[in-house]
Every structure is written in C-alpha cells, then in structure tokens.
Design a protein around this ligand. Structure first.
Ligand code: M6R
Length: 613
C-alpha cells in the first residue's frame, strides 16, 4: 500500500525523505514522488521504483528543509508519472500525499469542476487537495482548519500530509483508517505511514488516532485536534523498540530469506516469559485476564486475511482438538459484509501481521458493536488492530519486510498454540501428562526448526527440478491442510506459478484430473494419525505419473520410497507439526522465485499491508 514520509526541521529534507521511501518500499508500490519546499515546491514524480525517481532527479534542485514523499500503490488511475503523488492544488500553493481511498471523490470532483477547478490526474487524491484549496480560499482559513473542514466532507479512508508554500513553517497530517505516525526529534518532526523511516532519527513517536489532525512546526511544537476541533491535551508518546539492524538484510539476498532463517529465534521470542515447561505454566496476556470469559465462550470466531487466515485455520484445529472449543474461521473481508451472528459470549480472535489490514479492522469493529470480546494477535507494535482490540498479544517477530509472510505466520501459530493449551489446561480438556508433553515439545520447536533450515540445499536442488512448472498442487490433511494452503499461497505470490492447496482426500473430487507428469504435487505427510490415508493419496498421484515431493517425518520409509523427492523434518507432536512443516514450503517457493528471476521481496501487484478494501 501507499507509503508516506514527511520531514520538517533544520536538516536537508530530501535525503531523509528518499531514505524513508526506500524503507517503505516493502509495503508495495508502483510509483514514487517527492516535493521539497524552498520558497516554491520542487516536485518530482516517477512511475517505477524509488531508484528510478532518484535517477530522474539526479542533479536537479532538491535543497530545502521540509518536504513530503510518497510511494503509490494504484487504486484510482493507472500507475504513471501524472497519477503519482504528491498532488498539487490548482493554484500550486498546496501539495498533498495520501494513503487510502476517497470514496465520494466523483461527487466532490464534479462540484469542484463546476467551480472552475481543472484536474490533471485520474486520482481521488487530487480532488482532496483541490477541495482543501477551495475551502481555504473561500473562507480564508489557515491550512489546518481548511484540512479539517475538508475532511468532514470526505467519505473514505485516509492518511494525508499537506504543506502550504505560503505557510512554510508547518506540516499538517491527518488519519482515518490508514496509519500515520509522527516522529518527534530535536526541533524536528517526521510523519510516516509506519515507524520504519523514523526509527533511525528518533525513538519517540505518536500514533495518530482515527479522526485526528496534527500540526507540527519548525519550533518543535505539535498540536493534535480531533476533526471536531477538540484539542488532544497530552498525546501519548511511545518509545520505539525497533532497532535499525532489523530493517537491514543482514547479509541475505532478500528479506524473505532472512526472515525464514529468523524463525527459530522469533518463535522463541513469541514464547519468551510466557511458557515454562518445567513449572508447567503458560501466561499469555489477555488470555489470563479474560480467562473466565474465554473458557466459557460459546464459540471462537477467528478472522484474518491471506496468510493470517491460514494461521487461523490452524488455530481452529488447535482450539477444537485441545480446548474442545467450537471455532469458526472467517475471511475478514467476508465477515464484515455478511450479517453474521456474533453474540456477547463469543470471542473473536483477529489475526494480523501488520495490524492495519482494512478488512480485519472492519470485522473487529463489527464484532465490537455486537459486544463480543475481541482478542488481537498482531506483530506490529502500536498498530491500529493492536490499539482497538479489547485484549491481545504481540507475536514479537520484529519487522517483517518481505511481502510474503513467513515468520509472522509461525509466530501467529505459536501464539494460537499457547492460547489453545492455556484454555485446554483451564478447561481440563487434556490430561496433565499430555499438557506437559506439549509444553516441553513447544520449547523444543526452535531447535527442531533450526534442523529444518539445514535442509535448504536439498530444497534448492528440488526447486531447480520444478522451477519451470506452470502449476503445482499442495496436499495435506488435518493440521497440515492449512499448511498446504499456505505453501500454495507462498508459491503463487512470489514465483507467479499457479498453485492450489487442497485437503489430500479432496483431490479425488476434482484436482486429480489435473495430474500428469508435468504437475509437481507437494504432499505434507507428517501426520501420524492419518499416515496410511496420506500414503494412499501419494500412491494415487504416482499412479497418474504426478511428481511427488513429500515432506515426511525423520526416519520415514514408506512414503519416502514412493515419492520422487522427500524432505525429512524432525518428528514432533501432531498439533505442533505446522510450525515445522511449513518451513520447507517457504524455502521451496523462495528458491523457485529466485531461479525464475522474480523480485522475492516485492512481488508484482502486491502490498505488504492492505489498508484499503
Ligand atoms: O498484515 P496482515 O496479516 O493482516 O495481512 C494479511 C494478508 O494481506 C497477508 O497475509 C498476505 O496474504 C501476505 N502477502 C501473505 O504472504
């Protein structure tokens, strides 16, 4: 999604803004632009990467100590130089960058055209900056008031930053349903879509809330008001824990590979201080606090999108199997637009890496209106979902920069496992000995995952064998069915190979028709409970000349003999299998994507956090 960076202070703004835009590249975008104020705006925009913008600007004038920058992920209007942000008002006095969608832009545009406004681009954003100009001129208002009144006329989602060349000492930012963070430095301020462009300059940030407008100026003053013009007395200043090294590739070619390799650590971090197998306890913030309500909940509803939804499916298996809780797993985008039955004795678990996914946020609001307890499992600290949920836990995976989610997925599954185990223990739905075995084994997972990573070379070899396939099928049963879905999504999104995930037994009801010698079939065969059945599924694929790549438990003989390739992973308790079995699939898609020359970290058309519907 679009990324915003803005700066005002004593330093040169251009290098700060360009570096900031590079930090935001991971969000996904198709064009970029900057406007630096120095009497007038030096404004440059380019379709393509930030590096294309930098090449284009080259030696052109960029000096000035305030400015705004933007990476655009096209919604209204194609990705090109004209539609790229920043956008200017008709009189060229204002520049504006925007993340979100102005839903009533067509009506506003018609009204403005009737007033004589002429538009250069096809964007909803340009309409907003013209609207601000119109109101400011008509009512002779300072910028912040014109912004505030304009936003009362807007339907939609936005994070914006606006500058006025006649009032060069200030930046005005506002948010509704799209994130905006303000960094507070020494007589300087930063505004950005997330903390990544800010952290190397200051650790002090304020997360703007929905319906708030901030004015920051060169004297080090900040004022935040609501859209109704009520002053926020003491905005809460957060201390960022983010470290700069977490935003670097650390010797890896791509962030995705770094993040895959971080998983033994990130799973350990997700458990740190929350589980002790020797003493037999799990302490998960929120779950303990609301344990009475959770233990007696009539059902759990898990909501998320993409990979988070897949983690939610594993959560369903865990909560049903261990805590004997009824569970429904919902795509947040569907849940929000149905008329779902959600009651006050339901618990809604919202899963999100970014904490900013628009559909998940909307599903949470719906659940809260129906008085359900909403529990968030989120990675990004201070994100919108983390702030609006009633209770929750961070997964502590650190910044996930690769668009393809890897360590956030295993972090989410780790938390769901702890939640299910904690509830199972409280509800007495599993024996003490099984509870202890699972705790001990959960603590062993980081070590076992490190062993899975040692298979990277073998997986790279297999990737070479199947990299030219046009399609792939992923099969799994039980706990490994959501892993099959996740494996297929990883391959699709970064290598652009069409892939489907299926419950292995469903293969006979359709997908089997696709199998021939050109179809790689990746089968996750680590389930002890359904081993014979999976073995039969593998036979069925082989009988139709499909190429089988099997993920098997260490020491497996039967399926390994049938498969063309088998990747052994350490044995574990069945409910914990997904934490290990997903990793070979992450590696497989990574290597295939690299061999096909794809940009692994920034796949085409994709955004890291989907802040519009
Ligand atoms: O930030 P979220 O977890 O809410 O994001 C949800 C999906 O957009 C995300 O998982 C997406 O599917 C990833 N590209 C998957 O790798």
């Amino acid at each position: 999604m679009c990324g915003i960076v803005a700066y005002i202070g004593p330093k040169e703004a251009y290098p700060i803004i360009i570096k900031g835009l590079q930090r935001l590249e991971y969000r996904g975008y198709d064009s970029a632009g900057v406007a630096i104020l120095n009497g007038t705006f030096n404004l440059y925009k380019r379709k393509g990467k930030v590096s294309d913008l930098v090449d284009f600007i080259n030696a052109k004038k960029t000096n000035g100590t305030s400015g705004i920058g933007h990476t655009r992920w096209a919604t209204h209007g194609k990705p090109d130089d004209t539609n790229a942000h920043p956008h200017t008002s008709g009189d060229d006095n204002l520049v504006l960058v925007h993340n979100g969608i102005i839903e009533n832009y067509a009506v506003l545009k018609r009204a403005l055209e009737n007033e004589g406004h002429v538009f250069k681009s096809e964007t909803d954003t340009e309409v907003l900056v013209h609207l601000i100009q119109e109101i400011q001129t008509r009512e002779n208002l300072p910028l912040e008031d014109a912004v505030r009144i304009s936003l009362t006329k807007v339907i939609g989602a936005y994070a914006i930053v606006v500058m006025d060349k006649r009032d060069p000492e200030k930046l005005v930012g506002a948010r509704k349903q799209s994130p905006l963070v303000i960094g507070i430095g020494e007589d300087e301020f930063f505004m950005a879509s997330d903390a990544t462009p800010i952290v190397e300059h200051t650790k002090q940030v304020v997360y703007l809330n929905d319906g708030e407008i901030a004015v920051v100026n060169r004297n080090g003053e900040m004022e935040i008001k609501t859209i109704e013009s009520n002053k926020i007395q003491r905005p809460y200043v957060h201390q960022l824990e983010l470290q700069i090294e977490q935003l670097e590739k650390g010797g890896y070619d791509y962030f995705m590979m770094k993040e895959i390799h971080e998983q033994p650590k990130t799973i350990g971090d997700a458990m740190r201080g929350r589980i002790n197998a020797d003493e037999g306890w799990i302490r998960l913030g929120g779950v303990d606090e609301y344990s009475a309500k959770m233990s007696k909940a009539s059902r759990f509803i898990i909501a998320g999108c993409g990979t988070s939804w897949h983690a939610g499916l594993i959560g369903e298996y865990l909560l049903e199997d261990l805590a004997r809780m009824p569970v429904e797993v919902e795509y947040a985008s569907e849940l929000r637009y149905r008329n779902p039955i959600i009651n006050e004795d339901d618990v809604v678990v919202a899963l999100s890496q970014s904490g900013e996914t628009a559909d998940t946020l909307a599903a949470i609001e719906l659940a809260q209106k129906r008085n359900a307890l909403v529990y968030g499992i989120v990675n990004v600290v201070g994100s919108s979902i983390a702030r609006i949920t009633d209770a929750g836990s961070y997964i502590h995976a650190g910044p996930e920069i690769g668009v393809a989610s890897t360590k956030a997925f295993t972090g989410q599954v780790t938390l769901l496992t702890m939640m299910a185990l904690s509830l199972a223990h409280k509800r007495g739905t599993i024996s003490e000995s099984y509870y202890h075995r699972l705790l001990v084994e959960l603590e062993n997972i980081p070590g076992k995952l490190a062993k899975v990573l040692e298979k990277a070379k073998q997986i790279e070899y297999i990737a070479r064998e199947i990299k030219d396939a046009n399609n792939a099928l992923y099969l799994g049963r039980g706990y490994n069915f959501p892993v099959a879905l996740e494996g297929a999504l990883k391959l699709k999104e970064i290598s652009y190979i069409h892939a489907e995930g299926y419950p292995a037994a469903e293969m006979k009801h359709g997908p089997i028709a696709l199998i021939d010698e050109n179809m790689p079939v990746i089968v996750i065969c680590t389930n002890k409970s359904a081993y014979d059945k999976i073995a039969s599924n593998v036979q069925e694929v082989k009988a139709r000349k499909g190429m089988v790549i099997a993920i098997v438990a260490e020491g497996d003989e039967e399926i390994s003999k049938m498969a063309d390739y088998s990747i052994e992973i350490p044995d574990t308790e069945e409910p914990l299998t997904p934490l290990l079995s997903v990793v070979p699939l992450q590696l497989l898609s990574y290597y295939i994507a690299v061999m096909r020359g794809c940009n692994v970290d920034q796949p085409r058309n994709l955004a890291k956090s989907v802040t519009v519907e």
